[in-house]
Design a protein around this ligand. Structure first.
Ligand SMILES: [Fe+2]
Length: 178
């Protein structure tokens, strides 16, 4: 009996894309792909910063414990909700969202911080979160340009809201170090 050939992963993805219903929301396929790619990087940055903020909520020590433990919690809780909005915007544009730690590490511009061994001192944690929030802002601004060029107002709106929030977090955290 002849063996049936199992389709490779890219061939399967191609076949799935070909059978998927078409999308015509007034943004070209090329622009949608570029915006979705930018949003994948933005999601990876946002997820890495979320995890780092939660990590520091758990592992912070020192005289600032109470203030920082509480401040980090408020920030990671808000960030967690935003992750879903970003991923679902990628889906609305017709693409899959990254959803694994290895994908986030590959796509993120922010270096993750281990929690199990040698947690940083509180002021290093705060500095890392200032840097992380600023990095998220830089990525958002890059993607915002792509979204504007493609006439994608919902993505531009989402990124503008995230910019406002992360610039505020960066300011609040920076103020702790002055
Ligand atoms: Fe907690």
């Amino acid at each position: 009996m002849p063996k049936s050939k199992t389709p490779s992963k890219p061939a399967k993805a191609k076949a799935a894309a070909a059978s998927a219903p078409g999308i015509d929301i007034g943004i070209s396929a090329k622009d949608r792909a570029g915006i979705a790619d930018g949003l994948s990087h933005f999601l990876a940055d946002s997820y890495t910063l979320y995890l780092k903020t939660h990590n520091f909520h758990w592992n912070v020590t020192g005289p600032m414990f109470n203030a920082l433990h509480t401040m980090f919690e408020a920030q990671y809780t808000e960030q967690w909700t935003a992750l879903d909005e970003i991923a679902e915007r990628i889906r609305a544009l017709g693409f899959n969202a990254p959803g694994s730690y290895s994908e986030f590490v590959r796509l993120s511009s922010i270096r993750e911080e281990p929690g199990l061994t040698a947690a940083p001192a509180w002021h290093d944690m705060v500095q890392q979160l200032v840097d992380g929030n600023e990095a998220v802002c830089r990525t958002a601004r890059k993607v915002l340009k792509v979204a504007d060029a493609g006439g994608d107002d919902p993505t531009a709106d989402l990124l503008t809201q995230r910019l406002q929030t992360h610039e505020k977090y960066a300011w609040m955290l920076r103020s702790l170090l002055q």
